[in-house]
Design a protein around this ligand. Structure first.
Ligand SMILES: C[S@@+](CC[C@H](N)C(=O)[O-])C[C@H]1O[C@@H](n2cnc3c(N)ncnc32)[C@H](O)[C@@H]1O
Length: 195
């Protein structure tokens, strides 16, 4: 997962905006729903926020308040620093966060929790609760009949193939899993919050 996303850094946002390899995907209403999700993120009350596994900063740029982004990949962080010059970016491991207890008011994470298998999932949740008062998770809303967790074969523009573990979520179930509530759910996206 780490190596795949590092290699994908310069083409990662293509997925969000439907370009290049993702240009032919049939995702009716995707752009409108992505913009709605961005508006929900921008509507979160401004707080001292840590965006874990921030990637290229595509969602980081919508967070308000004092924002720090963390990612394991230097290539991702290079893009993030270009896209979100006002935020602070740190290279580090989401499962061993280089921060003090309660250093943040909110820990935000988009499309990272969905890639964690046990026991990393529990490790991440423990770290999130240690460093922040509130946890916000964004991921994919499960489509009808879709397998909720699976290994996927992903391809990059250079033709390389990678195996990636991925979950998609039923909003109420994700909220219950982290002891929280659903903040926003649309056809493609879900965002939950837990104290
Ligand atoms: C699917 S991308 C999500 C990027 C961004 N949050 C977004 O929603 O566009 C997953 C990100 O997790 C990062 N990552 C994977 N494992 C990590 C770890 N153990 N610690 C920190 N970042 C990690 C990858 O480098 C990648 O940027």
């Amino acid at each position: 997962m780490k190596a795949y996303y590092h290699a994908r850094a310069r083409e990662y946002d293509d997925w969000w905006v439907g370009r290049n390899l993702y240009a032919d995907r049939h995702r009716p209403g995707w752009d409108e729903e992505r913009e709605q999700l961005e508006a929900w993120i921008a509507g979160l009350p401004p707080k001292r926020t840590l965006d874990v596994a921030c990637g290229t900063g595509f969602m980081t740029q919508h967070l308000r308040g004092e924002v720090t982004g963390l990612d394991q990949s230097a290539a991702m962080l290079e893009v993030a620093r270009e896209q979100v010059p006002d935020a602070t970016f740190v290279q580090g491991d989401a499962l061993d966060l280089p921060f003090e207890d309660s250093e943040f008011q909110r820990l935000f994470t988009s499309y990272f929790y969905c890639h964690l298998e046990e026991p990393d999932r529990d490790r991440f949740l423990a770290e999130a609760r240690r460093v922040a008062d509130e946890l916000v998770i964004v991921g994919s809303h499960a489509q009808a009949g879709e397998e909720l967790h699976r290994w996927e074969t992903r391809r990059l523009r250079d033709g390389s193939e990678w195996q990636v573990y991925k979950r998609v979520f039923v909003p109420d179930e994700l909220a219950a899993e982290i002891g929280g509530r659903v903040l926003h759910a649309s056809r493609y996206f879900v965002m939950v919050v837990a104290p």
